[in-house]
Design a protein around this ligand. Structure first.
Ligand code: SF4
Length: 148
């Protein structure tokens, strides 16, 4: 078992979601604590410079992998403002934090345009794919674990 893991901060109870809420997941936190794992809580959207609360955003033209490859972008759901740079910055910082902390596994909030692992909100609805941070972490050798 890993000794230190990255965890989406909202799952840890931090009120960092776009709507100012959190997604605290006591079962996950209890399980990690029982195993003696140290949690590194991280919110890529806040670290990328987006405040809380912030407009909900979706990926347009693909998923997080496509954003990293320059073939898709992230836009706000209301009005389509391009926020791709902030999402990329948050993803880069997540990979840096994982490397600095020695995290090889990341527990990530499903469906988020940053943290989604198997499903992600896009301009055409919820589709199979991953978020921008998840894609970046995967490329950095960090294994994502989906938390619904
Ligand atoms: S970016 Fe990730 S950590 Fe931050 S609120 Fe969204 S799902 Fe949670």
């Amino acid at each position: 078992m890993e000794t230190r893991v990255l965890v989406s901060a909202c799952l840890c109870g931090r009120a960092c979601r776009f709507d100012g809420g959190d997604k605290k997941t006591p079962d996950l936190l209890d399980a990690l604590q029982r195993e003696g794992v140290e949690i590194v809580a991280f919110c890529p959207e806040e670290e990328g410079g987006l405040g809380t609360p912030r407009p909900a955003a979706v990926i347009e033209g693909g998923d997080g992998e496509d954003v990293l490859d320059g073939n898709a972008r992230v836009v706000t759901r209301d009005g389509g403002r391009d926020v791709t740079d902030a999402y990329l910055e948050g993803a880069r910082r997540a990979a840096e934090r994982a490397a600095q902390s020695g995290c090889k596994v990341a527990y990530l909030k499903e469906r988020s345009p940053s943290c989604g692992c198997a499903l992600v909100h896009t301009s055409t609805g919820l589709v199979r794919g991953c978020g921008v941070t998840t894609a970046m972490l995967r490329r950095a050798g960090v294994a994502p674990v989906s938390v619904a």
